[in-house]
Write a protein that binds this ligand. Structure first.
Ligand code: AMP
Ligand code: MG
Length: 329
């Protein structure tokens, strides 16, 4: 089975959706906004509608798993906000986009049982989008309960590097059995990416969420201690699945995530694309207990707690540290 067409389409769609997010960011994100979340709301709906539109044209029989629904679009947004979504979509696709069209695109593929399901996060890392940090558009395809390809379009990928390339954005993608790659978001040559070969957990670059409520800091502290990492061990907080893209390309060596609420279960669209990319780049992804993710439980992974992503060489040391520090129950 070759999925080259699916991968190329996912890349194109992710790029277009990231473009619409950037336009909305340029126009609407400003420190003086009254309602701080409005640009995210507009961008979430516009990005998901654009993705739904493109998927419906290319893969009309497939199912889609994504966060937003037309019902809330009609209920929660006021007239002006809905008109903004229409206007940004009109600019992106050419030809006026009516509200009914937005609703149909938002709901494309929902509640459908199909062998193939697209897993979509129209903006992953919403706080990063608002704060001018990292965010991405994440698109994955799951076949028979297993993600088989993923694309992450990340406009702010190099935004906090000391010497960023001219294009701050990156497109990172992979297909099962075909390796992982990165291109400039603006387009250009693809470059194969691979995980690092660092084996010493004390020297490893640890990635965590930028938002502290998304990761239990006592977990990070306990595991770091069990790994004998000192206070100056390399560590970086950043939003979105860009963390997966960084581990996949050796810019980070491990990404640890456990939320403070033990009942919290991760949503599929926050991990599916990243997981394929890291696996194809040679890395490993499991839950706290070292189990692979079970993708067959709906919108959340109810059978897994926590997320451990490494370059594979560090994985056993991390799992062992988690057991020793009492977190694997
Ligand atoms: P990150 O950018 O790594 O902080 O993760 C962003 C994702 O965290 C969002 O897409 C949400 O789905 C998810 N999220 C939202 N609330 C929580 C929470 N309380 N704990 C963990 N993850 C969350
Ligand atoms: Mg997300």
């Amino acid at each position: 089975m070759t999925l080259s067409y699916e991968l190329e389409t996912a890349k194109t769609i992710a790029r277009l959706a990231a473009g619409i997010c950037q336009s909305i960011q340029d126009e609407l994100v400003s420190p003086s906004l009254k309602d701080g979340r409005e640009p995210v709301t507009i961008a979430d709906y516009a990005s998901q509608a654009l993705i739904g539109h493109a998927l419906s044209e290319n893969f009309p029989d497939d199912a889609v798993l994504s966060e937003e629904h037309s019902e809330e679009f009609m209920l929660l947004l006021n007239d002006r906000q809905r008109a903004l979504v229409s206007r940004f979509l009109t600019d992106a696709v050419g030809g006026y986009v009516f509200e009914e069209q937005v609703c149909a695109w938002l709901d494309f593929g929902k509640q459908k049982q199909a062998e193939r399901t697209w897993i979509v996060d129209p903006i992953d890392g919403t706080k990063g989008f608002l704060g001018g940090r990292h965010y991405c558009v994440a698109i994955a395809l799951m076949i028979g309960g297993e993600p088989v390809l993923g694309a992450l379009a990340s406009p702010g990928f190099y935004s906090d590097e000391d010497e960023p390339p001219e294009d701050h954005g990156a497109l990172t993608y992979a297909m099962q059995g075909a390796g992982a790659y990165r291109e400039s978001l603006a387009g250009g040559e693809r470059e194969p990416i691979q995980v690092s070969m660092i084996t010493d957990p004390r020297a490893a670059m640890l990635l965590t969420s930028f938002e502290e409520e998304h990761t239990d800091l006592s977990f990070i502290d306990d595991v770091s201690r069990a790994l004998r990492r000192g206070p100056d061990a390399p560590r970086r907080g950043l939003d979105s699945q860009d963390k997966y893209a960084m581990v996949a390309s050796g810019m980070g060596d491990m990404y640890l995530r456990v939320t403070p609420d033990p009942r919290f279960r991760e949503k599929l669209w926050d991990h599916a694309a990243g997981c394929v990319i890291v696996s194809e780049a040679g890395g490993r992804v499991t839950d706290l207990a070292g189990r692979p993710f079970d993708w067959t439980t709906g919108t959340r992974m109810v059978n897994n707690r926590g997320v451990i992503v490494t370059n594979r060489f560090l994985h056993n040391a991390v799992l062992d540290a988690i057991t020793r520090s009492g977190w694997a129950k």
